[in-house]
Write a protein that binds this ligand. Structure first.
Ligand code: SAH
Length: 390
C-alpha cells in the first residue's frame, strides 16, 4: 500500500476529522504514489489515520476519503452518494433544482453534483475525484437515472492541481438548449455548458425567496445579478422598480429570457462594472429602498482576504450611501477565505465610513442542500447580512 507519513505532531487536525493534509505536514511518502492514487495516512509513530487521495501538485497534498480502514472502490462512491441524496430528501426536497453532493461536507472531497430536473451536472476539482469519475457517474446513473450527466470540471482551482479542465456530455443525451428549472414557483433557464459554476446558483434559493417577501412596492437594485435570481424574486414580490447590474452581456441576456419566461415586467438593465456603476449612481444622487450585493468570490483562500476585504468594503460603503431612509442592504460573500466574523467587520467598517448607523436584521447562509461539515469550517463559504439603515 502507498503511504503518506506525517511529521511528528501533525496528525492533530486529521484526528479532528479535518479532511485536508497540507504539503508542509508531510514527512515522507512510500510506494511512489501518483496523483489521484489512494494512499494510507500514517502518523510519525505508525498510527493509521485514514484513507485519502493523493495530489502530487497541490498544496493540499491529500484529501481524506475515510478515517477508517476501508476499500476505496466503486461501492464506496455509491454508498457516499446514496447517503448524500438521502440527507436531502427531508431537508431539501427540491427534486427539480438541488445540490445532491456538496464535496467535503458530504464526505466526497472534490465532488459536486447538481441536479436540474433530468440533467445532472458533475463538477470534479481534485485529482482523486477525477480518478473515480466513471464510478461516480455509474452511481449517479443508478441512483438518479437522469437523462444526461454533463461534466463541468472547469473550476478555477483545477490549475492548482495541475489538471486540465474537462467539459462535455459524460453520459446520455446533450442537455436541451431550453433547459429550465423551477424555484419557488419561478422558472429559470439554466445554461449548463456555458453558465457560471454548474449553470445556476442553487445556494441562494432561500435568500432569494426572502427578498421576494421584502420587495413589495420598493425600488430594488440587484448588483451582480447574473441570470436574475434576485431580480425575478423582486419582480415577483411586487417591487415598484428593479435595476439589475452585471458586467456580463451573456448574463443579462439570460436574465431577459428568464423575465420573459415568467411573464414579468422588464427591469432596468445596466451592463457595467458594479464598482464604477455604484460610483456613478452616487454622483447622480440615485437612491434605492433595497440593494443586493452578491459578488463573485473575491477571496478563494485566506491569502486573498486582505485584497478581498478592500473590495467588499468599497461596494458595501457605496451601497450604504445609495440607500433611501429605512432602506435594506442584502449583502453577501461567497469567499471561502473570508469568515463570517470578518465579513461582518468589513460591513460594519463600510457603514461607519458611509456615516450610517445600520442594524443587522438577519444573518443568512446557503440552503440545507449545501451543508456545512462541523469539522470543516471552510465549507461555510456563503454568508449574508440584511442590514437596515434609519
Ligand atoms: N446573484 C446571482 C449570482 C451572482 S454571481 C444569482 O442569484 O444567481 C456573480 C455575477 O457577478 C456574475 O454574473 C458575474 O458576471 C458578475 N460580475 C463579476 N464581476 C463583476 C463586476 N466587477 N461588475 C459587475 N458584475 C460582475
Amino acid at each position: 500500500m502507498k503511504k503518506l507519513i506525517l511529521k511528528a505532531g501533525r496528525e492533530k487536525s486529521l484526528k479532528r476529522r479535518h479532511p485536508w493534509i497540507f504539503s508542509g505536514a508531510v514527512a515522507r511518502l512510500t510506494g511512489e504514489p501518483q496523483s489521484g492514487d489512494t494512499i494510507e495516512l500514517q502518523s510519525s509513530d505508525g498510527e493509521f489515520l485514514g484513507m485519502a487521495a493523493y495530489s502530487a501538485q497541490s498544496q493540499i497534498v491529500a484529501r481524506l476519503w475515510d478515517s477508517a480502514h476501508c476499500e476505496i472502490d466503486a461501492a464506496f462512491f455509491r454508498g457516499r452518494i446514496a447517503r448524500a441524496i438521502a440527507l436531502r430528501t427531508r431537508l431539501a426536497p427540491h427534486a427539480h433544482a438541488v445540490r445532491l453532493v456538496h464535496a467535503e461536507s458530504d464526505g466526497l472531497p472534490g465532488v459536486i453534483v447538481d441536479r436540474y430536473g433530468d440533467v445532472v451536472v458533475l463538477q470534479l476539482s481534485s485529482a482523486g475525484a477525477m480518478r473515480w469519475r466513471d464510478a461516480i457517474a455509474d452511481a449517479i446513473e443508478q441512483l438518479v437515472q437522469p437523462r444526461t450527466i454533463y461534466e463541468r470540471s472547469d473550476a478555477e482551482v483545477l490549475h492548482l492541481e495541475g489538471i486540465e479542465p474537462v467539459v462535455g456530455v459524460l453520459r446520455g443525451a446533450p442537455p436541451p438548449a431550453d433547459l429550465a428549472v423551477e424555484e419557488e414557483g419561478l422558472k429559470f433557464h439554466v445554461d449548463v455548458p456555458h453558465g457560471h459554476k454548474t449553470g445556476f446558483y442553487l445556494d441562494q434559493r432561500a435568500n432569494r425567496l426572502r427578498l421576494r417577501e421584502l420587495a413589495k412596492d420598493r425600488s430594488v437594485l440587484d448588483c451582480f445579478c447574473y441570470s436574475g435570481g434576485f431580480t425575478l424574486n423582486a419582480l415577483a414580490g411586487g417591487a415598484a422598480q428593479v435595476t439589475s447590474v452585471d458586467s456580463s452581456g451573456g448574463a443579462l441576456e439570460l436574465l431577459q429570457r428568464n423575465v420573459a419566461l415568467n411573464g414579468l415586467a422588464s427591469p432596468e438593465l445596466i451592463e457595467a462594472d458594479v464598482f464604477q456603476c455604484l460610483r456613478k449612481m452616487r454622483d447622480q444622487a440615485r437612491h434605492f429602498d433595497v440593494i443586493i450585493l452578491d459578488p463573485p468570490k473575491f477571496a478563494p483562500t485566506s491569502a486573498h482576504a486582505p485584497k478581498a476585504a478592500r473590495a467588499y468594503k468599497d461596494i458595501n460603503l457605496l451601497a450604504f450611501k445609495l440607500l433611501a431612509p429605512g432602506g435594506l442592504l442584502c449583502t453577501y460573500s461567497c469567499s471561502g477565505g473570508v469568515t463570517r466574523d470578518l465579513f461582518q467587520k468589513i460591513v460594519a467598517g463600510a457603514a461607519l465610513d458611509a456615516g450610517v448607523d445600520a442594524q443587522i436584521v438577519a444573518h443568512l447562509s446557503a440552503g440545507p442542500d449545501h451543508p456545512v461539515a462541523l469539522h470543516f469550517p471552510e465549507s461555510e463559504y456563503l454568508k449574508g447580512l440584511i442590514c437596515r439603515v434609519p
